[in-house]
Write a protein that binds this ligand. Structure first.
Ligand SMILES: NC(=O)c1ccc[n+]([C@@H]2O[C@H](COP(=O)([O-])OP(=O)(O)OC[C@H]3O[C@@H](n4cnc5c(N)ncnc54)[C@H](O)[C@@H]3O)[C@@H](O)[C@H]2O)c1
Length: 245
């Protein structure tokens, strides 16, 4: 996989899968644009990217703030000329609440970040991709969006929307050179651990462990690469052969 000459925008790049994608793409030659609400950690990732001999523009950006998203994309395109790759990775997912106790505020917050954040970034970068006849959009969804997780109905619904959006949009833009795919992780190692290869045991997968940030980033980078030139409208599960649905 080679990314020389490519510009990649990754949301939620401060920790976990997003950080691993940023570092992997930078290592393979891409210029990166990183957006997150955790600016302190983002500055650290910028330093890690630079240590790899690459460059990163970083933005303190809440993906649910449409005006800020539009500013980030316009500013990055002005500075780097284009955005070839968009990885919609930022999301919220940690609340476990029975449906009957979920507030409408929480429902709205999950959709604002997980769905609307993906819509805003996609709307902002897609016109440039279509004009240039080249683009890769990878949406990070979840097995929750495929199977549904109890006590995470709002999260599951938001990721289901992301998967449906991926498939539908691909049908509009694939023939114009923009390939759109989703990846759906199962259980991933804690994003608070900076070791990209760390994992924990889990009974949720036949493989017996969580997936690592590096494993998830490898799949995302493959889909972002020219090697994946015949793949679009797919949702690829990366879940170690999930047991429970
Ligand atoms: N960790 C898992 O077990 C797991 C499983 C399935 C899917 N996923 C998906 O993988 C992706 C990454 O998850 P993770 O666990 O690696 O990281 P994480 O959930 O710990 O962090 C996500 C990143 O997004 C950022 N973020 C959150 N809200 C934001 C907002 N409004 N605007 C901008 N940035 C925001 C956070 O600051 C953080 O850097 C998410 O889309 C998540 O839903 C994760």
């Amino acid at each position: 996989m080679k990314f020389e000459g490519k510009v990649a925008l990754i949301t939620g790049a401060s920790v976990g899968i997003g950080r691993a994608v940023a570092l992997m793409l930078a290592e393979k030659g891409a210029k990166t644009v990183l957006a997150d609400i955790n600016y302190e950690k983002l500055e650290k990732v910028k330093g890690e990217v630079e240590a790899l001999g690459s460059e990163a523009l970083i933005y303190d950006c809440d993906v649910s703030d449409e005006a800020k998203v539009n500013f980030v994309c316009a500013d990055a395109e002005k500075k780097l000329g284009k955005i070839d790759i968009l990885v919609n990775n930022a999301a919220i997912w940690r609340s476990h609440t029975p449906f009957t106790e979920l507030s409408i505020e929480e429902w709205k917050k999950y959709f604002d970040v997980n769905v609307w954040g993906t819509v805003y970034f996609t709307r902002a970068v897609l016109p440039g991709m279509l004009e240039r006849g080249y683009g890769r959009i990878i949406n990070v969804a979840s097995v929750a969006g495929v199977y549904g997780n109890a006590n995470m109905v709002h999260y599951s619904a938001s990721k289901g929307a992301v998967i449906a959006m991926t498939r539908a949009l691909a049908k509009e833009v694939t023939e114009k050179g923009v390939l759109v795919n989703a990846v759906s992780p199962g259980s991933v190692s804690s994003s608070m651990n900076e070791d990209m290869d760390s994992y924990q045991p889990t009974e949720l997968a036949f493989i017996g462990r969580t997936g690592t940030d590096r494993e998830n980033a490898s799949l995302i980078c493959y889909l972002a690469s020219d090697d994946a030139s015949y793949i679009s409208a797919q949702n690829i599960q990366i879940d170690g052969c999930r047991k429970k649905q």
